[in-house]
Design a protein around this ligand. Structure first.
Ligand code: NAD
Length: 493
């Protein structure tokens, strides 16, 4: 774990180097507000240097057989697992989540490395013999060149691994611009990538902010951009990258609803819902943020959720008793407090929680209580805005049809869940809910690495999603070969 406020480095052409930009930002531990590192905001010229190193690396890498390209990935997998504890501590110290949540996100990242090791099979093409007499047609997949990913603060270990393993396994060079709020996890990841033995230029790291991102979006040798973050930035990146002729897959924000039917198993449903709404302090793009109870579900669900929220221990993520860490920054905490206040001004009631939290020994931390708001009206700001904090808004419906209407009456489409013991209700919900990831008795319907992470609507801009077969397709272009050879042999024998 990096303990002092050291200056973080870029990794370019197989070498660690300081940025020459002269501009830096402090990285703070959200539990203490202490500065734990300084991240450089790299300039356009440094992006150019990293992309040129990527182009040089690509020339050899694309000529490397796929079976050899996955060998460093096998090694990376083992190194990631051997270093899970250090990842856990680093993520907790810079992102605030609990140690258990930090280790769990790395495990999801490792699974993407494991799936990408199937590239020799997954990137196979297809063919037909005799599409016309004596003519054969083949479709093969080839890499794009240098591809880049721009990632958010909330999963500093996992989200880069939604892209990197697939990109390099298919023969591309990969450049990462991590969130400037949580750049330390990436330093550790790249030390392991170096140890895993990727040739110079095949993987690169450029720290920075908007100027760095814009240099990536405008660079003619960056062929594809993967983005995960807020919707406004996702839209901006999608527009600028595609205008510059690049492929783009941009995952945005969310406002995930869950419907609780009267026949739901209430003990199980509230346990799962509390984890969904308050796990990672609500800073998951699959966090449930609106609960819609149907009919008689209201009273028991509300009572149980109040108890679950009030029993949640808030604190420093490395303390074993902590169940919920801080939110990422002072700005985030005051934005969340403002949204709660606005909700109350628009008619909601705070059943429990709020942003006034005293954690012993952590007076400066950015803590927010697990918060429940009742009587939230569908048109209010708190009902529509992504909170990205441990706040669950409650609304009530008289029927499943009405609840589904409320689910679909929103801009985002990342996830929607239903809690029920009725197969019929579950099936109707699965069919009608407008969201790309559906949870049935699940509060965080996170697709495994071998399924696409399928956000819809304002939660995704693009076509092919992250992970699995979509990753292989996104990072390759198809080439069709139609061929004929003179036939000096008899077709009848
Ligand atoms: P963010 O949009 O502020 O930042 C994401 C990345 O974009 C960072 O690397 C940042 O440096 C860069 N960036 C920020 N502003 C920019 C600008 N104006 N121009 C160019 N680049 C810019 O997001 P965040 O706060 O780090 O992450 C939280 C958001 O990410 C939430 O909205 C959450 O829902 C979303 N998220 C979505 C998914 C998903 O799969 N859909 C997954 C995780 C997080």
């Amino acid at each position: 774990m990096i303990e002092t406020a050291q200056e973080l480095l870029n990794y370019v052409g197989g070498k660690w180097q300081p940025s020459r930009s002269g501009t830096h930002q402090d990285v703070r531990n959200p539990a203490t507000a202490a500065t734990i590192a300084r991240v450089p905001l790299s300039a356009k010229a440094e992006v150019d240097e990293a992309v040129r190193a990527g182009v040089a690396g690509f020339r050899q890498w694309r000529e490397t057989p796929v079976i050899d390209r996955i060998k460093p990935l096998f090694k990376l997998r083992d190194l990631l697992i051997a270093n899970l504890d250090e990842f856990g501590r680093t993520i907790t110290n810079e992102a605030g989540k609990t140690y258990g949540e930090s280790v769990a996100e790395m495990q999801r990242g490792v699974e993407n490395v494991e799936v990408a090791c199937g590239a020799p099979y997954m990137m196979q093409g297809s063919n037909n013999e005799d599409i016309a007499h004596g003519i054969d047609e083949h479709m093969i997949r080839q890499p794009l060149g240098v591809v880049a990913a721009i990632t958010p603060f909330n999963f500093p270990g996992m989200i880069p691994l939604w892209f990197l393993p697939y990109a390099v396994a298919t023969g591309n060079s990969f450049l990462l611009k991590p969130s400037e709020k949580v750049p330390m996890t990436t330093q550790l990841l790249f030390r392991l990538l170096e140890e895993a033995g990727f040739p110079a230029g095949v993987v690169g790291l450029v720290n920075g902010g908007k100027e760095t991102v814009d240099a990536i979006l405008d660079h003619p040798d960056v062929k594809a951009v993967s983005f995960v973050g807020s919707t406004s930035v996702a839209k901006y990146i999608y527009a600028r990258a595609t205008q510059n002729g690049k492929r783009a897959q941009c995952q945005g924000g969310a406002k995930n609803p869950a419907v609780i039917m009267p026949d739901a198993d209430m003990e199980m449903s509230t346990r799962i819902m509390a984890d969904s709404a308050f796990g990672c302090a609500g800073q998951r793009c699959l966090a449930t943020s609106v609960a819609i109870t149907v009919g008689d579900a209201r009273q028991e669900f509300t009572d149980r959720m109040v108890a679950a929220a009030e029993s949640r221990t808030v604190g420093y993520g490395l303390d074993k008793s902590t169940q919920m860490g801080p939110v990422i920054s002072a700005e985030s905490k005051s934005r969340i407090a403002g949204l709660i206040e606005k909700g109350v001004n628009q008619g909601a009631r705070v059943l429990t929680g709020g942003a006034d939290v005293d954690v012993d020994g952590f007076a400066d931390g950015y803590f927010v209580h697990a918060t429940l708001l009742d009587d939230v009206t569908p048109g209010s700001d708190i009902a529509k805005t992504e909170v990205f904090g441990p706040v669950l808004s409650m609304m009530h419906a008289t029927s499943l049809d009405e609840a589904i209407q409320m689910v679909n009456d929103r801009a985002y489409g990342n996830q929607a869940s239903i809690f029920t013991t009725s197969g019929s209700a579950a099936r109707q919900f699965r069919h009608q809910a407008v969201a790309g990831n559906i949870g049935i008795n699940l509060g965080v319907a996170a697709p495994m690495a071998f399924f696409p992470f399928s956000g819809w609507s304002e939660s995704f801009f693009g076509d092919l999603h992250a992970q699995g077969a979509h990753g292989i397709e996104f990072f390759t272009q198809t080439k069709v070969v139609v061929e004929r050879w003179p036939e000096h042999w008899s077709r009848t024998f």
